[in-house]
Ligand binder design. Structure first.
Ligand SMILES: [Zn+2]
Length: 271
């Protein structure tokens, strides 16, 4: 199959409606072709986001219709970064084809995480690797937040007191058991670390002033390109951990969680 045929089959592939034979050829092509793989990931993401939004509703279909309507309106408003992902399938497909290869960049060679590397930061590692490492250490209890609070405002106050020179993004999460905070420095650059514990999940968000990391080796080139073009970067799955990078209020944030990717994105997407 060629790229045109793969694009034709994207919708059926997502819906699991391809015959086994076509499916095999489709997947063979995705292994070889980055552009088509990006289109596929992009479409999958759009669908899973819509599903994640809808899953919260166990209500009559009229309510689902109104949610879809509001998602469509969101799409019409350019300030909503995620709005375009909520477009009706045909629209998403058209945009997916148009943006393939730029919005969702697949990082092909993610080096394996090294358990033996100590410290809250790893000098030799880029910030994605640092984030994954810190997340693992927090999960294992090896790294403890300096402070824990049940109020998001408490975390903001903590960073303010420690003269963090960029805006730290802390979002209120429903049923959050606690919010944790750590401040550290990496090569003279201040870093803020926010941890959320909720519904049995842990989410860790690494934050740094964007001017400190753009065009620096701390930020992998693929991620930088995606961030500058779309404001977002989604790391391919890595051993059950999902990593999402985005820029907000002049700050670069990297969230790591063991939550499924669709739920993580639904949580991070602006309401
Ligand atoms: Zn292709």
């Amino acid at each position: 199959v060629n790229c045109f045929e793969v694009n034709d089959h994207l919708g059926d592939a997502i819906d699991g409606a391809l015959s086994e034979q076509v499916r095999n050829r489709f997947e063979e092509h995705l292994v070889k072709c980055i552009q088509c793989r990006n289109s596929y990931e992009f479409e999958l993401l759009g669908k899973s986001l819509v599903r994640a939004k809808l899953r919260h509703v166990s209500a009559p279909s009229s309510i689902q219709v109104s949610i879809i309507e509001s998602l469509r309106k969101e799409f019409a408003e350019p300030e909503s970064i995620f709005g375009w992902l909520f477009a009706p399938p045909n629209r998403v497909r058209a945009i997916a084809v148009g943006l393939a290869g730029i919005s969702i960049v697949i990082m092909l060679s993610f080096p394996p995480w090294r358990a033996e590397t100590p410290g809250v930061n790893v000098a030799s590692a880029n910030l994605i690797q640092q984030s994954i490492l810190n997340f693992a250490r927090i999960q294992s209890g090896d790294l403890e937040p300096t402070m824990k609070t049940c109020q998001p405002e408490g975390v903001l106050g903590f960073f303010e007191q420690r003269n963090v020179n960029f805006l730290v993004n802390v979002m209120p999460i429903e049923n959050c058991e606690w919010y944790g905070a750590i401040v550290s420095e990496h090569e003279g650059i201040k870093l803020a670390h926010v941890v959320y514990k909720f519904n049995g999940h842990m989410m860790y968000v690494y934050q740094v002033g964007k001017d400190d990391v753009l065009n620096s080796p701390m930020l992998p080139a693929t991620a930088q390109k995606a961030l500058l073009e779309s404001g977002w970067y989604v790391e391919p799955d890595d051993a059950g951990r999902n990593v999402v990078l985005w820029m907000a209020n002049g700050t670069l944030c990297a969230a790591v969680s063991s939550m499924p990717k669709d739920r993580l994105l639904a949580l991070l997407a602006p309401n």
